[in-house]
Design a protein around this ligand. Structure first.
Ligand SMILES: [Fe+2]
Ligand SMILES: [Fe+2]
Length: 445
């Protein structure tokens, strides 16, 4: 990581933020409605179907796929198929209805599966073969409003921006952070564990988290912001070392990305790879997951932007890294099994959570500051807080704060910018990471 000119980046970032915020307060252009009008209903029934848990996620390449998902009850609407089409074309059609015929709707049937411990169902439709970097509109059956999404671009020609965080819960701070996150108009959001704190037991909490996300995580133009997650201890009844059945709500919603294990990769074309880890909740750190991580990082060693996401931090900012009384310290498994791989492949950024603070580490190699090291960012205070330790006391830390926050990432050319924002949109911290220095480490195997 480069300790860039903080003032210059802060100035630029604030200017960009101000522009964005100002734009967010502008009314949408009169000719392009922020939310397309609902499609007229069939059968004379005006009661539109609007599931309040509707959200988007991904199982595969976000440049050409999108998964539409909601939790509901069987029979609450007659037609649960997802109808979708290129929105650009239909918007042009609306503005000049005789100039271009509207595209026809394509249809994808949903699969309905049980939402554990309830009579609810998870309705899911994965749309594939989509055009990259394209606005789509979709509706559920013929009685829902028309919603919107945008596929990720095929190439990172323009800046790629997204938000990350963790440890949300369902309180007012979590909602405030959702609002701030949506105000950044991110292409997607990543929540690195401890979503609603359902603890694998509370269906109400699991649904409240999704309802909050569904309601607030909407971009400026009415576009739904896709959600990518990894598992945390509060998705699991018992927290650590359990089976998938002990994380029933998490896997009911996200087993498309995690069909067999608690870890997965999500590759965005050739420009971004998320490596999503299970820090010992339903998959052990050592053994299979570590072997897989080695292979996953090796296969992506030349990728420009590999970002690891996990829940429990390798370098904690609240809990103690050292074990006491025969108990392991926080992150000991990560440091023993994963950090050598992060170092070996020079993972540029590891996103960690769980400690409920803001933290930025120094760039680290083997736990020691090194200009060509790995940056650890976290520590999960989207909606939960603890007082962080001071960087003076922990030599691996560069900055901490005890405020609620999310991080806005911007991939721009060969650089990455990472800006922490508090729940009021105040810039708390800014840093930059550059490309891995080729030849600095032999990453073969
Ligand atoms: Fe947490
Ligand atoms: Fe946690």
């Amino acid at each position: 990581m480069h300790q860039m000119s903080r003032r210059s980046l802060l100035g630029a970032s604030l200017a960009a933020l101000a522009t964005r915020t100002a734009a967010a307060q502008q009314p949408p252009p009169a000719t392009l409605p922020a939310t397309p009008p609902a499609t007229p209903t069939i059968g004379g029934d005006d009661a539109a179907f609007q599931p309040n848990t509707l959200f988007l996620t991904w199982h595969r390449d976000p440049t050409t796929t999108m998964t539409v998902q909601w939790v509901g009850t069987a029979g609450e609407t007659a037609d649960t198929a997802v109808y979708y089409r290129d929105a650009t074309r239909s918007l042009v059609g609306r503005l000049a209805p005789h100039a271009l015929p509207l595209g026809s709707w394509e249809t994808k049937a949903t699969v309905a599966r049980p939402y554990p411990t309830t009579d609810f169902k998870v309705f899911r439709a994965e749309l594939a073969g989509l055009a990259p970097g394209t606005d789509y509109e979709f509706r559920i059956g013929k009685r829902s409003p028309v919603y919107r999404f945008r596929t990720m671009p095929a190439r990172a020609t323009d800046a790629i921006h997204f938000v990350t965080g963790g440890d949300c819960g369902v309180n007012a701070h979590a909602v405030a952070n959702n609002v701030q996150a949506a105000r950044q108009d991110p292409m997607f959001a990543v929540v690195g564990g401890d979503l609603g704190y359902d603890n694998g037991r509370s269906v109400e909490v699991s649904l409240a988290f999704i309802r909050n996300y569904s309601r607030h995580m909407v971009g400026r133009d009415g576009r739904l912001i896709p959600l990518v997650t990894c598992i945390g201890n509060h998705e699991v009844d018992g927290g650590y070392g359990k089976t998938r059945e002990k994380a029933p709500f998490f896997y009911a919603l996200f087993d498309g990305l995690y069909p067999d294990t608690g870890y997965a990769t999500l590759d965005f074309g050739d420009y971004l790879s998320l490596v999503l880890l299970d820090t010992g909740h339903t998959s052990a750190i050592a053994g299979d997951q570590t072997d897989w991580l080695d292979r996953a990082l090796r296969a992506r060693r030349d990728h420009p932007n590999v970002m690891v996401v996990g829940h429990v931090p390798a370098y904690p900012s609240y809990r103690k890294a050292e074990g006491t009384g025969g108990k392991l310290g926080t992150g000991e498994g990560n440091r023993k099994h994963w950090v050598p791989l992060f170092d070996k492949y020079r993972v540029p950024v590891v996103l960690e959570h769980h400690d409920h603070t803001f933290k930025r580490s120094k760039p680290l190699l083997g736990g020691l500051a090194d200009d060509d090291g790995v940056l650890y960012l976290g520590d999960g205070s989207w909606g939960r807080l603890r007082p962080p330790q001071s960087p003076d006391k922990l030599p691996y830390l560069a900055a901490t704060s005890g405020d609620y926050h999310l991080t806005l990432h911007r991939l721009q050319g060969r650089e990455r910018f990472h800006m922490a924002l508090d729940e009021n949109g105040r810039v708390m911290d800014v840093c930059r990471t550059g490309q891995r220095k080729s030849g600095a480490v032999r990453a073969g195997g």
